[in-house]
Design a protein around this ligand. Sequence first.
Ligand SMILES: CC(C)(COP(=O)(O)OP(=O)(O)OC[C@H]1O[C@@H](n2cnc3c(N)ncnc32)[C@H](O)[C@@H]1OP(=O)(O)O)[C@@H](O)C(=O)NCCC(=O)NCCS
Length: 376
Amino acid sequence: MSESSGLIRGLEGVVAAETQLCDLDGAHGRLAYRGYDIADLARQASFEEVTYLLLHGELPKPAQLDALVVALTAAREIPGELVQAFRLMPTATDPMRALQAAVAMLGMSDPEATDNAHAANVRKAVRLTSQLATAICAHHRVRQGQQPVAPVAGLSHAGNFLFMLTGERPGPAATRAFDASLTLYAEHELNASTFTTRVVTSTQSDMHSAVAAGVGALKGPLHGGAGEAVMRTLLEIGEVANVDAFAERALAEKRRLMGFGHRVYKAGDPRAAILRGMAEEACRQSGQFKWYEMAVKLHERIGKAKGLIPNVDFYSAPLFYSLGIPVDLFTPVIAAGRIAGWTANIVEQHDDNRLIRPRAEYVGPKRRDWVPKERR
Ligand SMILES: CC(C)(COP(=O)(O)OP(=O)(O)OC[C@H]1O[C@@H](n2cnc3c(N)ncnc32)[C@H](O)[C@@H]1OP(=O)(O)O)[C@@H](O)C(=O)NCCC(=O)NCCS
């Protein structure tokens, strides 16, 4: 930070918005959505209830939850043109790039795309939450040369996601674990992608444009892309017996270890603690317990050597892997959860908007005379 200009690199510690959505206590490792502790929500609420809570401020009464489930279910279909567009994309395209394009395209067919009124934004949030899930699964099927699996009514949002991904009805344990993962990823204050959605929103652009930008921010390995990188690290290590040698090498090379460290949490990420238990259970169920064991060993080794804490993306990697989610879909899955928070933040920003437009400290050359081409 430069004293003269007040420059704060990475906006660390800067408070840039008021929010009623997320209470993040980094010093004590605590997190709550609208006052409800994340552990209670992950263990007891469905993702649909969390979506309602974030959008409306209170947990839904049974009739309110039923109405949301009906609205989410009704919005599951995506336009045929979007599936056609998936077919035209190179099969090697990163699913996050495809998702970003998909969100922009969904904006082309949404009847209220440019209506920024509160009620219209809430309706769009519900539609986009549903359609985003369908788009991720449809793109995955198409890139593999398969037909998309049509969504089914009667399955929860989480259950339907796994169904559209695999074509098979998921068991209750997998559905529950996936549902809780969506909840754990649903909201996290002004993380980079949510801040991005707010910046776009602050120009009075619209929800689809803001979410497409948020998808772009989430893609990076310092943000949502970390989970995928964690799994690639575990796959690179291969066996529990190799963890120590890997850790030693990584520490000697001063490698940035994905899934470790956090800008705000210093005492521990409460989501990681919950995901650790879920990963243990899922890895045991899948018969691939070694991924959990490797993660624990790496966590202990890196924690001891560098004092770094595992963040949300560390234990979600072995969890998602044992749920059968392809590694390059880990970040899209995070987007499928974070859409609840992104859209709630967009609603909140629109409701009390001021253009977000910070300053930069100029450190380039002093003012100088123009030099014509022949004299350069
Ligand atoms: C999340 C993250 C970007 C936060 O970073 P930040 O607040 O900008 O912190 P910095 O990058 O300034 O790091 C501070 C110190 O911790 C070290 N550090 C932080 N995270 C580290 C990691 N994952 N591996 C190795 N060292 C790390 C840095 O090298 C730095 O050390 P130094 O002061 O000796 O140079 C960072 O911890 C990181 O890159 N983690 C890996 C990516 C990841 O898991 N992202 C998901 C976040 S939920």
